[in-house]
Design a binder for this molecule. Structure first.
Ligand code: AMP
Ligand code: ZN
Length: 118
């Protein structure tokens, strides 16, 4: 893993985060700059830079990221009100951290295509 990857450091416990779920392959924590009342990031422990770097052997892992998102939506009581899950990929999507992460956003109506403001 790249030594400067902040999400690898969170996965290794070198950088602290408010962790809300973890297992052998997946970690979820609160976004440090939330743009919605519930804003969680769900990541693989394995360093994968973007969606474009996934291969066939990652299919189950990517599926499981979504199952964790659904479980967390229930745990954070946004399952009935609704929520959004987003992978940003590359510059025009505003990807800042090049370690694959699924945003889970909810707790307020989101009328725009993307949640830009709190
Ligand atoms: P993206 O623009 O999709 O790359 O999103 C990266 C997200 O990571 C942003 O929403 C940041 O607020 C969040 N983030 C960056 N550093 C940390 C950190 N140390 N702990 C929690 N969230 C972070
Ligand atoms: Zn990483």
């Amino acid at each position: 893993m790249p030594g400067d990857c902040v999400f690898c450091k969170i996965a290794d416990g070198e950088v602290s985060a408010e962790i809300v779920y973890e297992d052998d392959d997946i970690l979820a924590f609160k976004d440090i700059s939330p743009v919605a009342p519930v804003h969680l990031l769900i990541i693989p422990r394995k360093h994968i830079p973007t969606l474009l770097d996934l291969n066939e052997s990652d299919a189950e892992l990517v599926g499981r990221l979504h199952l964790v998102a659904a479980d967390l939506a229930r745990a954070f009581n946004i399952d009935h009100s609704g929520f959004r899950v987003v992978f940003n990929c590359g510059p025009d999507a505003g990807q800042e951290v090049y370690h694959l992460h699924l945003h889970l956003l909810g707790g307020k109506p989101m009328t725009a295509l993307i949640a830009e403001e709190s």
